[in-house]
Write a protein that binds this ligand. Sequence first.
Ligand code: ADP
Length: 137
Amino acid sequence: MTTKEQSLVMIKPDAVKRLLIGQIIQRFENKGLTISNIKMATLTPELVAEHYPHLVEKTFFHEISDFMTSGPSVFMIVEGDNVVEIIRTMIGVTNIVDAAPGTVRGDFGNAAVYHENVIHASDSVTSAQEEIKRFFN
Ligand code: ADP
């Protein structure tokens, strides 16, 4: 069964600095997904904490926060049938070292720095709705 869905995708500051925006967006377009909204913005520490509440208490949270606020990210709303699951498969697992070749993180991630994993995508339809509201008001 297919369901029309939306996902919030963020191309993180490492990928923007490394000029990977075009190659990453190309993958979603090649897959037949629709970019229905897109913008660039630099996250504030407050928004990073709101976006990653499950990590705020971790000892390494300041590294994540410094990284995510270090420069502009690209925010996109991507639409399509079962888009949340499709995009999570396309981006690969969190840890670059384990991310499969062919995935965005597996092909572009910096294996030397855990948090520099190129991209974020919503992990459920519910979090997609919250994240779209957070980043696109
Ligand atoms: P995902 O981004 O795959 O949904 P999480 O929500 O667990 O994964 O983590 C959010 C982000 O925080 C990761 O993408 C990564 O940038 C960073 N992160 C997660 N765990 C660690 C860790 N152990 N050390 C450093 N950074 C981490």
